[in-house]
Write a protein of this length. Sequence first.
Length: 685
Amino acid sequence: MEPLYEYAWLIPVFPLLGAMLVGSGLISFNRATNALRQMNAVVIISFLGAAMSMSFALLWSQIHGHPVFLRTFEWASAGSFHLTMGYTIDHLTAMMLVVVTTVAFLVMVYTDGYMAHDPGYVRFYAYLSLFSASMLGLVISPNLVQVYIFWELVGMCSYLLVGFWYDRKAAANAAQKAFVTNRVGDFGLLLGILGLYWTTGSFDFQIIGDRLQELVSSGQISIVIASIFAILVFLGPAAKSAQFPLHVWLPDAMEGPTPISALIHAATMVAAGVFLIARMFPVFEGIPAVMNLIAWTGAFTAFLGASIAITQNDIKKGLAYSTISQLGYMVMAMGIGAYSAGLFHLMTHAYFKAMLFLGSGSVIHGMEDVVGHNPALAQDMRVMGGLRKFMPLTATSFLVGCLAISGIPPFAGFWSKDEILGKAFEANPALWILGWLTAGITAFYMFRMYFMTFEGPFRGNSTQAKAELLKAPALAFGPGAMDPRELEQGHDGHDSHDAHHGSESPHESPLTMTLPLLILAVPSVLIGLLGTPFHNYFEAFIYSPNETAAEALQAATEADLSEFWVMAGNSVGISLIGITLASLMYLRHKIDPAAIAAKIQPLYQLSLNKWYFDNIYDAVFVRGTRRIARQVLEVDYNVVDGAVNFTGFLAVITGEGLKYFENGRAQFYALIIFLAVLGFVIVAV
């Protein structure tokens, strides 16, 4: 088994090699490379498949007790400064490698059907492979510097993929928004890394945590300074994992093709933030104030995302706000010290959220034949309905995902979310209440999404409905009405360059798209059984760095089942209430959602306008920055340039005046000297 660890560095190299080969072909032999579309896809998928096979082998080895493997080499040195690079394989790394490679592999298979008619098919595969390589490199990194390098590569790839259709203004703007927002968090992360190195003299996660606690306990540094450095580090994960107040980029990232939406939301970019919190857990755990900040940030973000998701009619944006909410659960778990529970939800969420996003892509693919060249309508749930009879496989998998994310047993989301809520109740009942309410809202908006999309009559053939949708006020459609102006901007249109239209009804997606959905449905149902309270295999395997294996095993086998039944009953109960309300409104139509929206107009508008965060940020940071820039330009033009221009003007005038005194006559020079001396004498007297 040791050779497997010796060559584990190949896991990120395989997809990197695929991206390099295909990318080189696009640069050097563009026409020939694009002509061999599926051959390039096979090459890239094969490389990732090799990485996935090695990841499963490493996970199997770690489960059977192989010790942590660390391989480093000196990368740079100057005096006493030594920087190492390398890779590490431990329990957390092995689990994350499997999650990333499996989801990425299925997304790549799905992409063949989804991007079949897109002229950027090969380029998209190259980007996907580079994105996967960057995330895998981040996962195996043994220190903060190497994490930061791959962290930035992940951000760069997300920029390329979110703005993949760069000729569309909405996509270009979304890519810029994602990039700039993440730069805010990354700047904080960089400052935090430098501060921690200045304090502890190390970039190693565990060494930083141990030394920081020693320095704080001995009084050599203030707890305030340590807290500031930890908060700066947390800004990085807050941006990557779309936590308040840096959450605004993620819904706009839906402008990218649906496969990348699935990959970003399930196993790469947003997962990187939670993963870094887990790696930095030895630092955060010793600073209670920072842990509280992390917990409350996660709890508020979970509620915020859910409260906005209930008013989304764009199927992908609804899922995007759902991701923000679920990431909030994970971050809250980390903040209350529930290390294993947070990572367990990261794993379960990766599979059912990937399935939900790919399911939404399948719906969009099926709807495009009906709505033609208007890709925004293909994503709008108000022109869907009744798709279950046209797309049974997609509908079934989407229903599984809705049940899983809603926390209905025995689906995966129930076990992971319930564990987080149980730990939250032990830590702070206020956090539990916020998480519990969010669970009910989650069930409501997910089944609202399912009923509007797959049940009832099909609304896509109604020309009048489409026309009214484009011109009518949002409130006419009840809670979830999209601003009609959004429909004009264009969203996801993977077939927009070569759209087929004219069909009277949607159709099921090809096997390359439905097969990944059915495969992902399996872990969405079963993988939660690894974390049951009866015997928590996941907690016995993934445990806090400050715990021993024996302590983790004991905690995994000890459970208060009476408390579990009470907590589980509460979480399932609130979810069933949410599902019931959704069915009464959007399936059986016993309750009119538009009437409710009219009665709670301020709350409705708050949710519809995304709590006005985009408006505030636009006014303060976008237009405000431009205003400041214009004022600085005025100062530069009138003051700085004015001073420079005046200096030049003064030099010209004095030069012009002095040239008359430079006549070459010695008598004139003597007269000048005499007058100067006379002047000095008069002044002196």
